[in-house]
Design a protein around this ligand. Structure first.
Ligand SMILES: [Zn+2]
Length: 475
């Protein structure tokens, strides 16, 4: 009888906080059971040859939108398949009531079990949810949701009631909400802070920071000029709107004691505001997140509305400032904000094309190519940004986000020398286009292991969708 179910031999293991070390890995019952200088092939029921390759902890993509524009189960299957092909082993997806998703409102006590039922058997990665309390009635469901394994919530600052959202629909109708304003945000924060104190664990609120009153004014200005396209879209929702929202959020968060995650900081103004509020409140728990598209797309070089997203794609200069803060250690997590949005949905004009697109499978390739190779980001730091930090902050560490004895054997085997040009069909997603098309990236996962089972290898999925719901915090 072999000692391990799986041995991974001859690779270089990237240990978060430490960096690359030559090591063999033994896996038993889905967990890492040994990290050793040398194991024998005969020690494993199965052997994965890692010579010349690097072994990274599977990425934890903590910003995802399963089911936003397509049926939930179908979207979970195709988009988690895409994620796994890029070395992502855990997806934390946002869910809310209102338009899109299940296109209805009501109590989460009824709707969240539906979401879990749609999810069961549909994910190739492990998965969890962040939930957005949209209505006054849902505020009282926060403690119940925490008990269900959802210790992270969301508020969209640009859906404020009775103001125009960017989609030119009434924000309130879109959200199917009664009072979706700063008062609602305050009430969420009070309850999240209470839950955090009661559970003695990190319970947090994620914030989409853009200000709708300013967006309304800037859209009117841009329309008057007659400009269209990606640059016009950015000018219609300028960085100023992010900066103002970040400051508003920080005032309320520090007053209520609510831990917050400032999501998808897209611009120099946004990251600088994030760094500034954190510096002003050093004891306060604030996570700063950016996305891979804000790190590698800009509206000077990227044509077309397929890259329309909120907050918008910015300038090359914004991108450089974001990288500086990734390298400087101020940015905690890099995510995809993956939302499968077909080319058809991107038709129409600057204002009516749907926002969002997929990118989860490019999370590691972009960090490895644009970060490690081009800008001198360390491998250890790349792994922290994509795996360890999100695992820590969202109640998954050390089961996820680490290569350590006892951790789940969630691993991305990476060829740091492999160069590929991005094209939609190579991403294993249902999305029929990609705004990243044409990028040449060096550093690609060649195999992905989920709880000790190879789930992706040689360009193809292996076996059924075996992802599990992660009730957080994980024991
Ligand atoms: Zn998002």
């Amino acid at each position: 009888m072999p000692r391990y179910d799986l041995v991974i031999l001859g690779g270089t293991v990237v240990l978060p906080g430490l960096g690359p070390v030559k090591m063999d890995v033994g896996v038993r019952e889905g967990r890492i059971a040994a990290l050793a200088e040398s194991l024998a092939a005969s020690d494993g029921g199965e052997v994965l040859d890692a010579r010349g390759r690097h072994l990274l902890p599977g990425a934890v993509d903590s910003h995802f939108h399963v089911g936003i524009y397509r049926p939930h189960s179908e979207d979970a299957r195709s988009e988690s398949a895409s994620a796994v092909s890029g070395g992502v082993t855990t997806i934390l997806s946002y869910f809310r009531t209102g338009q899109h998703y299940l296109n209805k409102s009501g109590p989460y006590r009824e709707i969240f079990p539906e979401v879990l039922a749609f999810s069961e058997g549909s994910f190739f990665s492990d998965y969890g949810y962040h939930i957005a309390p949209m209505t006054t009635a849902q505020l009282d469901e926060i403690p119940w949701l925490v008990e269900q394994g959802v210790p992270s919530f969301k508020y969209y600052m640009f859906y404020k009631a009775l103001t125009l959202s960017a989609d030119s629909t009434r924000g309130k109708d879109y959200a199917m909400a009664d009072e979706y304003d700063l008062g609602h945000l305050y009430e969420i924060m009070v309850r999240v802070a209470e839950a955090a104190r009661a559970r003695k664990t990190r319970v947090s609120l994620s914030l989409h920071c853009e200000n709708p009153e300013l967006i309304r004014a800037f859209i009117a200005r841009v329309k008057k000029q007659g400009s269209t396209g990606l640059r016009a879209y950015s000018e219609a929702r300028p960085p100023l709107t992010e900066r103002l929202s970040i400051h508003e959020a920080a005032v309320l968060a520090t007053d209520t004691g609510c831990p917050v995650n400032l999501l998808h900081l897209s611009s120099a103004q946004a990251i600088e505001a994030g760094v500034e509020v954190r510096r002003r409140h050093p004891g306060h728990d604030m996570l700063l997140e950016t996305t891979l598209h804000h790190l590698c797309l800009d509206h000077e070089n990227t044509a077309g509305l397929t890259a329309k997203v909120n907050p918008p794609i910015r300038t090359r200069a914004d991108q450089d400032v974001l990288w500086r803060h990734v390298l400087g250690g101020e940015i905690d997590t890099v995510v995809s904000d993956h939302a499968c949005c077909m080319e058809e949905m991107k038709k129409g004009d600057t204002w009516t094309a749907l926002p969002g697109f997929g990118g989860s499978s490019l999370l590691y390739p972009v960090l490895l190519s644009e970060g490690v190779r081009k800008r001198g980001l360390s491998l250890a730091r790349a792994v922290e940004l994509a795996s360890t930090n999100p695992a820590r902050r969202y109640g998954l560490f050390p089961r996820k986000g680490a290569i350590a004895v006892g951790s789940d054997a969630d691993l991305a085997l990476v060829d740091l020398e492999a160069t590929r040009t991005v094209e939609a069909k190579g991403l294993h997603s249902a999305q029929d286009h990609t705004p990243f098309a044409g990028m040449s990236l060096t550093g690609w996962p060649v195999a992905t292991v989920l709880r000790g089972r190879v789930v992706f290898r040689d360009g193809a999925l292996q076996g059924p969708a075996s992802g599990r719901f992660l009730k957080r915090p994980l024991a």
